[in-house]
Design a protein around this ligand. Structure first.
Ligand code: G6P
Length: 487
């Protein structure tokens, strides 16, 4: 029997620090709980939409990542759902501590977010980073087949592309860096051996993606200074290969957020919030992280209350902080500081009938989140550094009513796309206070004008466009390689 030739017989393999789901046991029944992060939604956007344009649509997406479950918990489970087949990587505790808490989050994260004073340098960290990357590679080596396309994600796996290139030179490899790539003055703080290893690692990929043009520029400069490889028009020539470096601003499913404006559960939260909270609602939501500017945001709100007694009793800041990395001491201290600052604001300004800040240290279910986005007068998004920031895009996409004001830090990658927001410097508490007042006083007509422009832009470059753009570039580069091989 002649088999029908498939147009795209290739599979997609994602390698990321985490698997896209964990197994939870409830009443003796175990089920998959899908993670809600931006990457999972982005990869899901391929499914049923455009996957067949790039990959074999009958094949599940293979996902290699560390498991949030123990080996025993996973024993006997078929680690697949209708979309993904998961391949867990188990990292021994001691390696994991020096890898994840150490190299990734005590060194790379603070450096890339411009907090060099928080960076800790330790040989054991680098050793663990190498070992962990090798463990991811060992799992990949069991899964990969000729023709598979591998997409490596983020700062936890910078050494992996070169490992793949060395053993599987025929497979296409993409790499995406989800956090800011810093100016060379920060990158060069890494010991020479480490920066060289990281750069060589990343340059094992065919296409290297960042969120903004600035990150691309910084990376091209660092690549040249660290390796000596020249570049032209975003192509780096390593002597034996061409690597394409470009910006792909990650996005969200615009239509989903837009449509959910009318979702009954969203409407209920919106109505309840508007009835029970103050005349004006300010909303913020972030992972717990010093890069998110939560402390300065609270100081900005305090300044606003100090300056404008008229608004006492008439404004509520609803602040959601999602627990994160709470095994790291700095994060624990920050949590205490936020708790204290919120307590101080509420005790200094609040009274029986009014609580200025409503704060939860817990994630918020999706419909409640969209309910709050659409109930708010102002979204206050003030990271000190952020690779992109999807919260502001979600807020804008949810505002089918074209109302509400976005206050956005100039240090978020998203600020490059959302110029109609009230752009602030997140360290300048007076700027934050002024922007809150401007937001409250902004005429509806102007809110609509600004919101409509931002919505149009996010609608055009949504998450489907993001994945499409990345894999189109991968395909184009492959054609180019093909052409060069024939010359
Ligand atoms: C950022 C990073 C991701 C990371 C996420 C959550 O968005 O780019 O790679 O997974 O933060 O951090 P966590 O340490 O909980 O994985």
């Amino acid at each position: 029997m002649i088999q029908e030739q498939k147009e795209n017989p290739r599979r997609l393999i994602i390698v990321a620090y985490r698997l896209p789901f964990k197994i939870i046991n409830e009443n003796g029944q175990s089920e998959f709980q899908q993670n809600s992060g931006g990457l999972v939604s982005a990869v899901l956007s391929l499914v049923g939409n455009q996957k067949d344009a790039f990959f074999d649509e009958d094949q599940k997406i293979q996902w290699i990542g560390s498991s949030q479950n123990s080996r025993e918990e996973l024993d006997g489970h078929n680690l697949a759902n209708e979309t993904f087949e998961a391949h867990p990587v188990f990292i021994p505790d001691q390696i994991h501590e020096n890898y994840y808490e150490g190299f990734c989050n005590n060194l790379i994260w603070p450096l890339c977010h411009y907090f060099p004073s928080l960076a800790r340098f330790n040989d054991a960290y680098f050793y663990a980073y190498q070992t962990a990357n090798e463990l991811f590679f060992a799992k990949l080596a069991q899964v990969i087949m000729p023709g598979d396309v591998v997409w490596v994600q983020d700062y936890q796996l910078m050494l992996l592309p070169a490992m793949i290139r060395a053993k599987f030179p025929e497979n296409q490899v993409g790499f995406f860096f989800h956090i800011p790539f810093p100016s060379y003055e920060l990158f060069r703080l890494l010991p020479v051996k480490w920066r060289k290893a990281l750069m060589d690692g990343i340059l094992g990929a065919d296409v290297v993606g960042f969120h903004t043009n600035d990150y691309v520029e910084y990376f091209l400069k660092a690549a040249k200074l660290v390796t000596g490889y020249g570049n032209r028009l975003h192509y780096i020539n390593t002597g034996s290969r061409i690597v394409k470096v470009d910006s792909f601003p990650i996005s969200i499913d615009f239509q989903k957020f837009n449509a959910d404006y009318d979702n009954p559960a969203v409407v209920l939260t919106r109505v309840q919030a508007k009835l029970s909270l103050s005349e004006k609602i300010i909303f913020s939501v972030d992972r717990l992280d010093y890069s998110k500017g939560i402390r300065h945001r609270l100081l900005g709100f305090t300044r606003f209350l100090e300056q404008y007694p008229y608004w006492h009793g008439k404004v509520t800041l609803v602040m959601v902080v999602v627990p994160s990395r709470d095994t790291i001491e700095h994060y624990q201290n920050m949590k205490m500081e936020i708790d204290q600052t919120v307590g101080r604001i509420n005790s200094d300004y609040g009274n029986i009938g009014w609580q200025p800040v409503i704060y939860q240290y817990r994630s918020m279910p999706y419909t409640e989140l969209v309910g709050m986005y659409t109930a708010s007068d102002v979204a206050l998004i003030t990271p000190i550094r952020d690779g992109m920031n999807l919260v502001c895009k979600e807020f804008v996409a949810s505002r089918k009513d074209c109302q509400g004001v976005l206050i956005l830090s100039e240090m978020a990658g998203a600020a490059a796309e959302l110029g109609e927001a009230l752009i602030i410097n997140p360290l300048d508490v007076q700027d934050i206070s002024d922007a809150i007042l401007n937001g409250f006083q902004m005429p509806l007509e102007e809110q609509t004008k600004r919101m409509a422009a931002m919505r149009e832009r996010i609608k055009d470059y949504d998450v489907f466009a993001w994945t499409n753009d990345f894999f189109t570039q991968m395909n184009m580069l492959e054609l180019e390689h093909e052409r060069l091989r024939q010359v």
